[in-house]
Design a protein around this ligand. Structure first.
Ligand code: PLP
Length: 391
């Protein structure tokens, strides 16, 4: 296989438009030599050195400063990981740590043991993220999970009010994706995230935005928090921070957490991964962010919405699919019960377009931001033809 821009080729030489940016991450497109060269130059100087104890390196410091400046929090620090899953585990542990240390007579454990989130949310595959996510099939047979985690209907304001009224005092954090991605592409409805922020403030609950998909350009800004104009207490990121050129993730840690865990200068945070702050992965992120900024790629999400989102809405209006949903650079069609997402995907592949079936009910698009107008037209045509063929 090889790739260039928004196109990948299989081992037979057939080309495909990469309508999902591989797995929601390749925002700058494939084959970017700027990243390859920068990574190679970092490796030649220092491939890696740990960032435990007193150690750090220029590249991780540069990237941390860059991400802190791009994040919506006034003051933040970055904890680096190698994946979105590790980022979520880190944020959940930091939330519990904060609520434990915050209690005046703090003992070994927080009294606020619970987490809450939304149905259809996806937060990775380790036990913390698995416990708090809202996709029940992912949890099947893996129990027992974390003891208390509430998942409420994703768009229902009254369920949100009830959750906080009944359980606000037990919650350590509320975790949510600004746009639910892997669960089927569901943007947050107007005012929902604002209301979550208010309720978290009223009940002293930390707010975590899981921006593993929405971070680094997908919603036309560095973080989806800016798109929705809500400032969370922590942001998890991964995927498009390097566009997938090397594995890297992390947590933007805001003041409400920092003020507590940094209050005692002798406190040692007993949490870290061997590859936290890996300079070669950080070099990939720096080169990737330079491309995003220099090529003004955030502006492309409006074009994706126009050339892909609008035709998908027209397809839904015609009745050929059940619905279209999405914003900026992330879209899906919801299928009718008699339609099969895998069959639609297969028909699209035959037309040279990759999209992702989600369960049985949806086909998702999340193309590289460098995708051209003509390639977007082909994505829309491929799904239109696929559902027509299967009718
Ligand atoms: N959180 C969200 C919102 C995701 O979409 C994903 C992966 O798709 C994850 C967490 C887990 O990230 P990773 O697969 O890098 O561990």
């Amino acid at each position: 296989m090889r790739g260039e821009g928004a196109v990948v080729w299989d081992d037979q030489g057939n080309d495909y438009i990469d309508g999902l940016a591989s797995l929601w991450y390749c925002n700058v497109g494939h084959g970017r030599w700027e990243i390859v060269d920068f990574v190679a130059s970092q490796m030649a100087v220092l491939e890696n050195y740990n960032t435990f104890d007193i150690y750090t390196n220029d590249t991780v410091e540069r990237l941390a400063a860059f991400i802190a400046a791009a994040a919506p929090m006034n003051d933040s620090r970055i904890f680096f990981t190698s994946s979105g899953t590790e980022a979520v585990e880190t944020a959940l542990k930091l939330a519990r740590l904060t609520t434990t240390l915050r209690e005046p007579d703090h003992g070994e454990e927080t009294k606020r043991v619970a987490f809450a989130g939304r149905v259809n949310s996806y937060h990775g595959v380790a036990y913390g993220g698995l416990s708090v996510q809202g996709l029940p099939l992912n949890k099947q047979y893996f129990g027992p999970l974390l003891p208390v985690s509430y998942q409420i209907d994703a768009h229902d304001f009254s369920a949100l009010e009830t959750l906080f009224a009944e359980h606000g005092h037990e919650l350590s954090a509320f975790i949510t994706e600004p746009v639910q991605g892997a669960g089927g592409v569901f943007p947050s409805v107007d005012g929902y995230l604002q209301r979550v922020r208010q309720l978290c403030d009223e009940h002293d609950v930390l707010l975590i935005f899981d921006e593993v998909i929405t971070g680094f350009g997908r919603l036309g800004s560095w973080f989806g928090a800016a798109y929705y104009d809500v400032v969370p207490d922590m942001i998890t990121f991964a995927k498009a921070c390097t566009s997938g050129y090397l594995p890297l993730g992390g947590v933007v840690v805001g003041e409400k957490v920092l003020d507590v865990i940094e209050a005692d200068p002798n406190f040692l945070l007993r949490h870290g991964y061997t590859y936290s702050g890996h300079p070669t992965a950080c070099a990939a992120a720096l080169a990737n962010c330079a491309i995003l900024a220099e090529e003004n790629l955030f502006a492309r999400t409006k074009i994706i919405a126009e050339r892909l989102g609008q035709p998908l809405h027209a397809l839904a209006k015609s009745g050929a699919v059940a619905e279209a949903r999405g914003i900026e650079g992330i879209w899906a069609v919801g299928l009718h019960p008699h339609q099969s997402a895998v069959e639609v995907r297969n028909k699209m592949l035959k037309q040279g377009v990759i999209a992702r079936p989600i369960g049985t009910a949806a086909i998702a698009f999340c193309p590289p931001l460098v995708i051209s107008e003509e390639q977007l037209d082909r994505c829309a045509e491929a799904v239109t033809n696929a559902v027509a063929d299967l009718a």
